[in-house]
Design a protein around this ligand. Structure first.
Ligand SMILES: C[S@@+](CC[C@H](N)C(=O)[O-])C[C@H]1O[C@@H](n2cnc3c(N)ncnc32)[C@H](O)[C@@H]1O
Length: 436
């Protein structure tokens, strides 16, 4: 069935149901009422002013909210004109009701503190469009509260989606699909929303809260790319896999072997590591992707400022469900204090423009006893390298001064970290430091 056919079916279903929807003869739709107290409890955890109800139907949830908090501003949207017509008859003051499609929300960017969606989502043929649209209309820090049907077992979900739903279509129902945790996580990640919680409640209810976090971060998990980008010279230089890159490293970087450094650094993370790891900047994940293949139990966040780098990292890491790719600034990390067990930073600090902020932020988001594992350029070890950095790499914008020397860096680190390993290879320092 096409997207339009699904939507037509939903409109037909709810045009018939509109008049009886809130009556005692509502049949299967009675089930929706069980969601309202739970959505209300979730809503009341945080203050809000502007709320959007997606697939609001006859406005049952809005009625409840409007009675309890009449001073707030409510908007309801639904695809079925008849459902909106019934909702409008209630004459709720301060409640705007709109006929429209939740996959293309017709509202300004950053308009709502909270978006709720009860028992409507399984009617959407393109769920990603809905999530993207919600991301757009939510204000930074705003939440999506999603309630829908689900089944824990993927086999049962498969049965519902492939056997039960086609039969339901014959009976005139516009249901499209039900989802599990991984599906919703992927939709959130792709849209840039952070899935804060996902629970299966009661017999078959999905209760999910997703947030548009401040500092507008965009995730690149599983973005499908229709074309393959040619690897840029970045990887060739770092991995020395071309004759000219080998020569370049030998002549200008005293032969410092980045492959060996990466191996040493990554050996500080055990293969059975099951904590939270932040990799900043992830770059193209050229050294790390193989290690991440092994870290099946870790919760890995890879952050980079550059969209181009993220796109290439995405190609390498997209198969891994435990990795989230984030576009962001190391100087303003969008994470709580003490979030990570490991912060990994390979070849980043010589590029970061605000090094003080980068040191402070990586320290802040690391747990006490957590490991800061990093490597980067330091000045004062080789005249040739320093000359190259000053006259070419800084001018190109690849490196940004000021740079530490081995001594100033060691002193800086020792103030707040215990150094488990601290070594220099040519003009590159690599270390594993434990937060005091
Ligand atoms: C089961 S009712 C739920 C109504 C209400 N949220 C409640 O809890 O009572 C599902 C609603 O989703 C609406 N709907 C289906 N697809 C939609 C879409 N693409 N955009 C907006 N609303 C849609 C239907 O018209 C219907 O009113």
């Amino acid at each position: 069935m096409t997207s339009t056919e699904y939507k037509d079916l939903s409109v037909r279903e709810f045009t018939k149901a509109a008049e009886i929807y809130e009556s005692d003869n509502a049949g299967v739709y009675n089930m929706c009422r069980k969601d309202y107290p739970e959505v209300l409890a979730e809503l009341e955890k945080e203050p809000f002013n502007d709320l959007l109800d997606c697939g609001c139907g006859t406005g049952s949830m809005l009625t409840l909210l409007h009675e309890k908090y009449p001073e707030k501003h409510y908007t309801g949207i639904d695809l079925t004109p008849k459902m909106i017509e019934v909702a409008k008859r209630k004459n709720m003051k301060g409640v705007e009701l709109v006929v429209g499609d939740c996959e293309k929300l017709p509202f300004e960017e950053n308009s709502f503190d909270v978006v709720i969606c009860c028992e409507s989502f399984h009617h959407y043929p393109d769920p990603q469009e809905f999530f993207n649209s919600v991301y757009r209309v939510l204000r930074p820090d705003g939440r999506l509260i999603l309630r829908d049907m689900t089944m824990s077992s993927s086999a049962v979900r498969w049965f519902c989606n492939h056997i039960e739903m086609p039969l339901a279509h014959l009976a005139g129902k516009g249901d499209v699909r039900i989802y599990g945790r991984d599906d919703i996580k992927e939709l959130c990640d792709n849209a840039g929303l952070y899935m804060e919680s996902f629970e299966k409640r009661d017999f078959c209810r999905l209760h999910c809260v997703a947030r548009k976090r401040k500092n507008a971060v965009k995730r690149y998990n599983n973005i499908e790319r229709s074309y393959k980008r040619s690897r840029n010279i970045y990887d060739d230089v770092l991995t020395q896999n071309k004759w000219w890159s080998k020569l370049y490293i030998r002549l200008f970087w005293s032969g410092a072997d980045d492959n060996m450094i990466a191996e040493r650094l990554l050996s500080h993370i055990p293969d059975d590591f099951s904590g939270k790891l932040l990799d900043v900047p992830v770059g193209t994940a050229v050294f790390t992707h193989k290690k991440y293949d092994v870290l099946k139990n870790a919760d890995i966040t890879c952050l980079d400022y550059s969209e181009d780098m993220l796109e290439q990292a995405c190609e390498r890491l997209k198969a891994q469900k435990n990795i989230t790719l984030v576009q962001g600034d190391v100087g303003k990390l969008p994470y709580e204090k003490g979030t990570f067990d490991v912060v990994l930073s390979m070849n980043g600090f010589h590029a970061f423009p605000d090094k003080k902020a980068a040191f402070c932020e990586t320290f802040r988001v690391l747990k006490k006893g957590g490991k800061f594992i990093a490597c980067f350029y330091v000045k004062g070890r080789s005249r040739v390298t320093d000359c190259l950095v000053r006259n070419l790499l800084v001018k190109k914008g690849w490196f940004t001064p000021p740079f530490d020397t081995v001594q100033t860096l060691k002193k800086r680190l020792e103030k707040v970290y215990d150094l488990e390993e601290f070594k220099a290879e040519g003009s590159i320092v690599y270390f594993c430091a434990v937060k005091k």
